[in-house]
Structures are given as C-alpha cells and as structure tokens.
Design a protein around this ligand. Structure first.
Ligand code: BGC
Length: 374
C-alpha cells in the first residue's frame, strides 16, 4: 500500500451489491494513519474485514466474515452485524410495559433472539462517511417503524463507527422513540486474533465478578452468580480453552461459554474495561471498553464448519464474540437494570475496541476495579 495513503485517515465508498428489491448496498473502507483498515457494509452495518498489525507489524484480518452480499443474505450467525432492537433473548418473545403486553417475533423456538427475524442485522442502513484530522468513520441511520418485529414505537436509530489514529474503533449507538419501548443494541463481530485456527489458546481477561446464569433454553434465571471458584472466573487472564470442557452445569447448557458477564449492577455512562484478549503467537491484543452493564462472552460454540469465507471454513470455536449489552431478558426481570426508553429520552451506549500488540502501550492497560457485587 502506498505510504501517502496512510498518512491521513480516509474513507472510500464502493458498490457492494444489490438487494433483491434492487436497493444498492454500499461498502465503506475506513483507514487510519497507522494502516488499520476496516470494511463495513450498509446491510446490517456489518463489519466484514478488520486489518490490524501483529507483533511484527504484519497486517492480518481478525474478524470472521463471508465473501459476498448473497452469502450475507443467506443464513449465518450474525457475523459482524449490528444487533437490535434487543440483543440476545427475550423469554417467550413477550414483555409487558405500562400494563400492555407486546408479542415479539419468536425466531428461536418460543423465544425472541437478536431483534427477530428481520432484526437490525438484516436492514439496509443509510451510511454517511466522515473524516477528521484523527479519525475516519461512518454514521449509519435507520428508522424502525412502530410495530417492527412487534416492538412498540417508531425508533430513530443511529450508530457511528469511528476508527481513530490511536487504533481504536469507537462505536456509539443512540435511539429515540415516539412511544415507550425497550432498546438494547450491540455489535456481533466474531474475532480471531490469530486470523485462523481455533480461539482456545487466546488469553481472556473479563472484568466481571458475576454472570447471569441461564436455564436450559438459555434464558437468564434472574440470579447474579459469583464467578469465584468456577470456570467463569476470568478476572485473571487465562486461555479460553483452559476450563471450557469442565463438568459445569452452565458450560453444558451453553455448549461452552455463551453467557452474560456482569460489569455493573446499574446503568451508568462510565466507560470501563470489560475485557482484554491476547493471542500469544501473533502478539495481538484486543481490549473492549463499554458503558454497558454487561458483556456476552460467546465462544463460537455453534459454528459448525458449514460456513466459509476468506478462503477457509469456520468450525466450532474458530471465533469468539464479546457483545457489550444490557442483560438478556431484562424486560422480564425486575432485578436487572432497566432497558426502557421513553419519548423525550435518548438511549445511548458505547463500545470501544482497542487494538494493540503485546508489550506495546502498556500505559494504557489500566485495570479498572470490578463493580462490587455479591
Ligand atoms: C448468542 C448465542 C447465539 C449467537 C449466534 C450470541 O450472541 O449468545 O446464543 O448462538 O449469538 O446467534
């Protein structure tokens, strides 16, 4: 790549393909001054490629992805997508707000998963590029009509992806509604910091004292369960694979890790370091910061080798997700932080992905104190 091109952050727009109704899908390539590159498509706001340097400065793609728009239009487990209106599960696809019960689309057995069959991952967003002295980004907007997938209220939604020269991807979500409703959005990238192979040797630190354990249909029981003395204790970094085969009820229910880790017990806009992942061979380090109260750690258990992209297949545990979020099924759990959005209020949340290399930028590795929980 030409050096001049790397001196300043830039955004390039390309045609990516057409939807069956002839609507054009756009691809934006964001580049920062240090050569980090990111591809995002307007369909689903999907991050299709993320090029970051390894310890020796070699660039490699650290997200799982598919090769064509047709592949993204076919069935896949939310690769790289924006998730809304409500990420993860809502029990029985139902919730009651101000005395009115709303029936949502039940797209996972009787439950609702990741916003329904036509969730935000399957909408074509308006995408506008921007460049600043220190960053390159896109602003995605979407109007989700009243009743979309069963949710009340017209939701005006906005997501900004901003890639900075500090090698951070700052992702900011906001939404307003004309009726009382619920919102809980996230980003669903599958990472593999080695670029290929399984993710069991990646070392993970998760700043959480508790998880929200689930029942057999992956719905939280409502309990906050301490991680102490369980395979869910990632407060000190350990390889993802170290305890994944342990004879533990929650690991068996999730077929591995597929759980919400509690970062905070109430809503606040304080940005905290939720997770830090390092991959020993490449030396790549990913930190995830967020103001959300939880983060879903999913160890890619249901990948099964049938999908392929980027010249390879994606077997079980070839990627992991860290999805900052409000807790699953909060609308039906009085004890969980609220996900209600009322007219006149603005929903907002933020995820910062920070890319670095082992031994670099140690000054930025601040360890936040986990929230005090049982
Ligand atoms: C969920 C998993 C689900 C995966 C893909 C994750 O966010 O926690 O249960 O299988 O998304 O749909």
């Amino acid at each position: 790549m030409n050096q001049d091109k790397n001196d300043l952050p830039s955004v390039e727009l390309h045609r990516y393909g057409k939807l069956p109704d002839d609507v054009e899908v756009t691809l934006a390539t964001l580049r920062n001054a240090r050569g980090v590159e990111l591809d995002i498509i307007s369909y689903g706001g999907i991050i299709t490629r993320m090029l970051t340097p390894d310890a020796r400065g070699r660039m490699g793609d650290i997200v799982l992805g598919l090769d064509t728009l047709d592949a993204y239009l076919s069935s896949h487990p939310y690769f790289g997508a924006l998730i809304g209106r409500y990420c993860n599960r809502i029990a029985n696809a139902r919730f009651t707000l101000d005395g009115i019960t709303f029936q949502l689309d039940n797209n996972e057995g009787e439950h609702h998963l990741h916003g329904g069959v036509q969730g935000f991952d399957k909408k074509n967003w308006d995408m506008q590029p921007f460049v600043t002295e220190n960053s390159a980004g896109v602003v995605l907007t979407l109007v989700s009509p009243d009743g979309d997938q069963g949710y009340p209220g017209k939701l005006d939604t906005r997501v900004t992806y901003e890639l900075t020269n500090d090698n951070e991807l700052d992702t900011r979500f906001s939404a307003t509604s004309d009726k009382p409703t619920i919102v809980n959005m996230t980003q669903h990238s599958y990472f593999n910091l080695a670029g290929a192979g399984d993710i069991l040797g990646h070392e993970l630190m998760l700043h959480a004292n508790c998880i929200t354990p689930v029942d057999k249909s992956m719905i939280p029981t409502g309990e906050l369960r301490p991680v102490e003395g369980t395979p869910f204790d990632f407060r000190q970094a350990k390889p993802i694979g170290q305890d994944i085969q342990a004879n533990d009820e929650q690991l068996i229910l999730g077929h591995g890790y597929d759980h919400n880790f509690v970062l905070k017990d109430k809503t606040s806009d304080e940005l905290v370091l939720a997770a830090r992942v390092s991959e020993p061979d490449s030396g790549r380090v990913l930190e995830v910061l967020t103001d959300a109260p939880g983060v879903q750690f999913y160890s890619g258990n249901f990948l099964n080798g049938t999908l392929h992209g980027k010249g390879r297949t994606y077997p079980s545990r070839s990627g992991f997700c860290l999805e900052p979020q409000h807790f699953p099924d909060s609308p039906n759990k009085a004890g969980f932080p609220s996900t209600v959005l009322r007219p006149g209020e603005t929903y907002s949340t933020r995820i910062v992905y920070r890319f670095s290399r082992a031994g670099c930028r140690a000054s930025e590795r601040v360890l936040f104190q986990p929230a005090k929980l049982p």
